[in-house]
Design a protein around this ligand. Sequence first.
Ligand code: GLV
Ligand code: MG
Length: 351
Amino acid sequence: MRSPKDFFRPLAVGAPEPVREIPFRPSRMLHFFPPNNEKMRSKVPSLVGKVDVLVANLEDGVPMAEKDAARAGLVDVAQNVDFGSTQLWTRVNSLDSPWCLADIRAAVIEAGHAVDVIILPKVEGAEDIHYADRLIAQLEAEAGLTRPILLHAILETARGVANVEEICLASPRMQGLSLGPADLAANRRMKTTRVGGGHPDYLVRSDPDPDNPDADRATFQQDLWHYTIARMVDACVMAGILPYYGPFGDIRDTTACADQFRNAYLLGCVGAWSLHPDQIAVAKEVFSPSAEQVSHARRVIDAMGDGTGAIMLDGKMEDDASVKQCQVVVRLAEQLAASDPELAALYEMGS
Ligand code: GLV
Ligand code: MG
């Protein structure tokens, strides 16, 4: 048992106090780069201000022989790049790997002044968060950091999905969750070999025509990830943290990428990963409400006066609940416009 009061006490003497609310900062695209690659690292300053979040990836995608170079690359950008309003996150190797301890140590001790969030992959339960939470607190104290580094977990094992609520509630340090469709598919023994996205064989078929039973029957592709994303969104909202779609591997298919991202946006996600510069614009567009959505939401809010009762607007019923739906859209638009002058102009809001 633990007193709720203890939840907000630092887990190590000298560590910063945990946050009580996860600050909402735009994070429509978590743009991954390999810090072991010098050419990619040199492009980091040109991405500042163009993406909401830069993620120095130390985990999958970095060859074993370059794990040390990736960690050194993270420290290099953290110490030499001015990130301005762009956040710097890092994805460390999983807790059972030979690199995780050195990754977390470097991320906090050498890069911690610049790192906002550590992404922990393959999280299976609250015990993983508790371990990382205490370790990060000890390192924050050693580094003399004055603001806590937040934690983001990737949902990429069946056990992680089964324990998603306890993962979200494990620590005030928890910032959010991403779907990890590639590892999750492998762990669940799903038979898709794609990184995110749908599968043409996952479908339902219309009934046969009784008068022409041999005629072609329409099929409708279903979304493989619907259940997991919906579950992840509920767990995150319950805990006051933020849900994200993960990677979409078919870089050339920006249309299907936008569709997957949009489904996630409509279900409540606030962003997605971008693995290639072409996906930055896709995520920005999808995770920012359109001008039409914002102006419609404002019209409903204005027409609803004090927000109670029921009215008819354009033949549709609006009431206390639908005004709250509209407030979600306007609040998001305001939060994004506060740091994006282009969106502020589009929404006709002062930035
Ligand atoms: C991401 O890490 C994934 O496994 O999809
Ligand atoms: Mg993964």
